[in-house]
Each structure stands twice: as structure tokens, then as C-alpha cells.
Ligand binder design. Sequence first.
Ligand code: HEC
Ligand code: HEC
Ligand code: HEC
Ligand code: HEC
Ligand code: HEC
Length: 405
Amino acid sequence: MGTATKPKTKMEVQIMSKLLITFMVFLSIVLTYNYAGAVAGQCSNCHTMHDSQGGADQGDSGAQSQLLLASCAGCHTTSGAGQTTTYGAPAVLHSAGTAGGAQGNGATNAGGDFYWVTQGGGDAKGHNVADISGVSADATIGRTPPGWEPNATSGFTFGQVAGGAANWGANQLTCAGTYGCHGNHTTANSLQAITGAHHNNANTGSGITATAASAANTVANSYRFLGGIKGLEDADWNWNETAASHNEYYGKNDTSTERDNDTTDTYQFKETSSYFCAECHGFFHSRIDADATFGSPWVRHPTDIVLPNSGEYDDYNSDNGDDTAGSYSLQVPVARPVVPTNAEGSSSTVSPGDSTTRTGAIVMCLSCHRAHGSPYADLLRWDYTTITVGAGTTTGCFVCHTDKN
Ligand code: HEC
Ligand code: HEC
Ligand code: HEC
Ligand code: HEC
Ligand code: HEC
């Protein structure tokens, strides 16, 4: 018997074309996802299905969350001096030291390095992150962050650090999670806290030199997986930084009169890089002003304020007295009041007094500190012991306080 093909009804044609369109949309999402997805390569480079091969334990010893071969620290540590690890991850710990013992260009990624805090007597030179082998609680400070304000993250979209406890008790700082910096604070497990971020990070599209993390409503699309924080991500994490090519940090000119040194503390802008630090060091951000009129005199060094276009500050990074700022300083960076687009990228221009455009200048915690660690005490970006009145030098504090040298 012949099998005559029945002509399709109008309804069937419509269903088929709808299915086709759905498939095309699905395909385009998959393709975009693949091109924009951050991690690349075979699954087995990073995952192990049973933590066993030929009967032997795989990767870091013991089975890891999310079927991974290694922990955060394991994947992000290298024994060489290069930028990335064998997993292709940006190195945050150069376990044998950084190139020339230096921080910055060609020696560390933007966050600095945990190397110094792993060394004897190095407690003050980095964050004492529990996930890093051999790093125990800071012998001087203990586990609770200096300036800890339990309510700084109260009601925060990405959870409350330490659950808002008055002190951290036996809990030491971790990479991510409730007592950590990256991801959600709603879970203690570091990998659980950033789940989905690595596969959804839009960072490695070919030809992209920087990616704007301007939505910051998921961990994946927040600046460097710091939940809720905005910024422009340099594609090589500042390894080849120049005055024109670097991360752009987000900052705001927060002139709230509630930033005075009393018991009411407010955080108006919860997307800035300085608010990120304030999640744990809240009082250093919220109790800075001596009185109820915003501005000098200060009681703590101000951050999230615009660099004035007057006095000694208009000569930022160019101490020649012409009242014109020099270019963006890699040693003493400023934050920007808007996140540049991918196409705009980063800029070498710094405009004191500007609190509205992408070349504006906002003082931030990272103007003076590194996030992970540095060769100097207090994770500083320069050796504070050499910043001396009348020394005639132009680095460190003098990049902004140009008349004090
Ligand atoms: C370069 C390393 C790397 C490669 C290659 C990799 N992954 Fe992952 N994957 C990770 C990391 C790191 C995590 C956990 C952290 C996170 O989710 O951000 C993860 C998490 C996951 C998760 C749970 C979270 C989520 O995004 O759904 C799944 C499922 C997953 N990977 C599947 C795969 C599959 C399937 C492949 C191969 C096609 C693969 N991975 C390749 C690094 C990698
Ligand atoms: C299996 C290895 C692996 C593990 C485990 C892993 N990472 Fe990564 N990570 C990578 C790789 C590879 C990249 C680079 C991906 C890219 O941006 O191309 C990366 C990138 C990152 C970045 C940069 C993101 C950006 O926007 O550029 C951050 C931050 C990060 N990881 C944090 C973590 C934290 C925190 C953990 C633990 C909770 C972790 N990683 C665990 C492999 C890993
Ligand atoms: C999730 C909490 C958390 C966040 C976010 C955080 N810190 Fe810390 N910080 C700590 C803890 C805990 C300590 C005390 C223990 C230690 O030294 O690691 C500390 C210590 C410090 C110290 C003193 C180091 C020493 O040992 O003397 C400095 C400086 C510092 N942090 C700067 C920063 C800056 C800058 C940022 C933002 C880029 C930041 N912190 C973000 C938790 C945090
Ligand atoms: C103008 C430069 C500068 C800025 C901006 C700055 N710091 Fe500091 N910070 C320092 C210096 C220098 C020290 C060393 C101690 C000192 O001289 O007071 C320090 C020390 C610290 C300490 C250690 C305190 C202790 O008890 O040991 C922490 C924590 C810290 N800073 C966090 C922050 C946070 C968070 C911000 C932003 C809200 C910030 N800093 C902004 C320069 C700065
Ligand atoms: C990124 C620029 C920048 C850097 C770097 C910087 N400062 Fe400041 N500093 C400022 C600004 C802006 C003010 C507030 C000025 C104002 O209110 O007029 C300020 C205020 C101060 C004040 C308080 C002045 C007052 O009126 O109450 C002191 C003291 C001070 N800084 C010292 C330092 C020291 C010491 C360093 C180095 C550890 C340093 N600063 C690094 C920009 C900077």
C-alpha cells in the first residue's frame, strides 16, 4: 500500500514554523552563550564525575563541591610567575612569589596577591582567607574585620555578611559566601555562593578588551563576582595595565550628612567598590565626617567623595602647580561615577571635580589599598613608611596631596 503524504493543515504549518522559530532562538542563545561564556575547554579540565580515575583521587585531595577538580584557591594558585594558572584562571596566589617581588603590571593581577600573607609575619599584608592553605586567623586583629558594622549589609540583595552577628566568633574570612567577599552571602559554602557565575561570566568574547558589569543583579554579571558591585572589567585583569587600559572602578560622590561620626549609619550607594569594602569595614565608610555638615573636617579618610578641582587636588598625578590633573595613576587609581560601556572602555583622563561622567574622579578604598594583598602592611599600594613631608617625592599620598611633599 502506498503511503500518501497527507497535506499539512494550516494549524500544523503554524505549529511547525513556531517550533522552528523557537529552535532558532534557542540556537542563537546557545551560540551567544558559548561565545560570551567565561570558562572554556573540555569539562574534564575542571570537573571530575566521581573524583576517581583508575582508582586514584583526582585534582585537589578529596571530592570538591560541584564536581570540581579543585577549590577556589586550588584553581587560582600558580607556582610560576605568570598571569594565569594551569586551569586558565587568573592567579591570585603566586605561591613562589611574584615577578621581582613586585605588585602591579606584569607581577600581579589587579587585586594584588595573597603571596605575602602566606609568608611568616605576613598577617598585615593581606586578607587572611581561610581557604588558602596555611593561612590562619590574623594574630593581631583576629577574625572580626576592623570597622565592622553588623548592619552594613542589612537587607542587601546578596545577603547579610556574617548574618549581621555582632562579632565573627570562630568564623574566619573565606573567598565567598556568608563570611566571604565574592558571591552571595546567603550560604557559607564558597562554591555554592557563586554557583553559575563562571559559566555565565561575559568576559572572553574575542576582540573584547573590557566588559561592563553595569547590571550587577546576578553574581555572574556583577563586577568580578562581587554581588551587586558595578565596574568595567579589563579583559586581562590589569596584568598589562597602562594609564589608558585598566579596570574602571565604580564610585559615587555620596554627600549624605548621615556619614557623620554618630550612631546613625547610611549607605546610599550599594554598587560602588568602596561599598563593597564597607560590607565588612562599614564604619570606615559611614563614620567619616566630624559634624552634621558634609565635608572637611573629617575624622576618617573620606571615600566615595569627588576629588575636588581645587587646592592641591587639581594637580592629581602631576605635581607641577599648573592646576591641571595628570593622567590616571596606576599606583593611585580613582573610581568613576559611571560605568563605561564596552565600546568606550577605560580612559587615561582624570577630571577632578567631575562627579557625573566616565572620566570623573572619586576617592575610593582601592585608591590606597589592594583587595587581596600587597608587599606592604595594610595591603597598601605603596610603602607608607617612605611618604615623608618634604621628601620631594610624588608617589603614594602625594599623587593627590600634591602640596604636602
Ligand atoms: C575552566 C574550568 C571549567 C570548565 C572547562 C568547565 N567548568 Fe563547569 N564549572 C566550573 C566552575 C569553577 C564551577 C563552579 C563555580 C561556578 O558555578 O561559578 C562550575 C560549575 C558548573 C556547574 C554548576 C553551576 C552551573 O553553572 O550550572 C555545572 C552544571 C557545570 N559546571 C558543568 C560543566 C560542563 C558540562 C562542562 C563542559 C561542557 C564544564 N562545566 C566545563 C569550571 C569549569
Ligand atoms: C575549576 C577551576 C576553578 C575554580 C574551582 C574556581 N575558579 Fe574562578 N576562575 C576559573 C577560571 C578558568 C577563570 C577565568 C574565566 C574567564 O574569565 O575567562 C576564573 C575566573 C574567576 C574570577 C574573575 C571573574 C571575572 O569577571 O573576570 C573570579 C572573581 C573568580 N574566578 C573567583 C572564584 C571563586 C571565589 C571561586 C571559589 C568560590 C572560584 N573562582 C573557583 C577557574 C576556577
Ligand atoms: C567579607 C568581609 C570583608 C570584605 C568585603 C573586606 N574585608 Fe578587609 N578584612 C576583613 C577581615 C575579616 C579582616 C581582618 C583579618 C585579616 O586581616 O584578614 C580584614 C582586614 C583588612 C585590612 C587590615 C589587614 C591587616 O591584617 O592588618 C585591610 C587594610 C582591609 N581589610 C582592607 C579592605 C579593603 C580595601 C576592602 C575592599 C577592597 C576590604 N578590606 C573588604 C574582611 C573583609
Ligand atoms: C587615603 C588612603 C586610604 C584610603 C582611601 C583608605 N585607606 Fe584604609 N588604610 C590606609 C592606611 C595608610 C592604613 C594604615 C593605618 C593608618 O595609617 O591609619 C589603613 C588601614 C586600614 C585598615 C586596617 C585597620 C586596622 O585596625 O588595622 C583597614 C581595615 C582599612 N584601612 C580599610 C579601608 C577601607 C574599607 C577603606 C574604604 C572605605 C579604606 N581603608 C580607605 C589608607 C587608606
Ligand atoms: C585619591 C586621592 C587621595 C589620596 C591617595 C589620599 N588622599 Fe587624603 N584626602 C583626599 C581628599 C579628596 C580629601 C578631602 C579633601 C577635602 O575635603 O577638601 C582628603 C583628606 C585628607 C585628610 C583630612 C583633611 C581634612 O580636611 O580633614 C588627611 C589628613 C589626609 N587626606 C591624609 C592623607 C594621607 C596621609 C594619605 C596617604 C596615606 C592620603 N591622604 C591619600 C584625597 C586623597
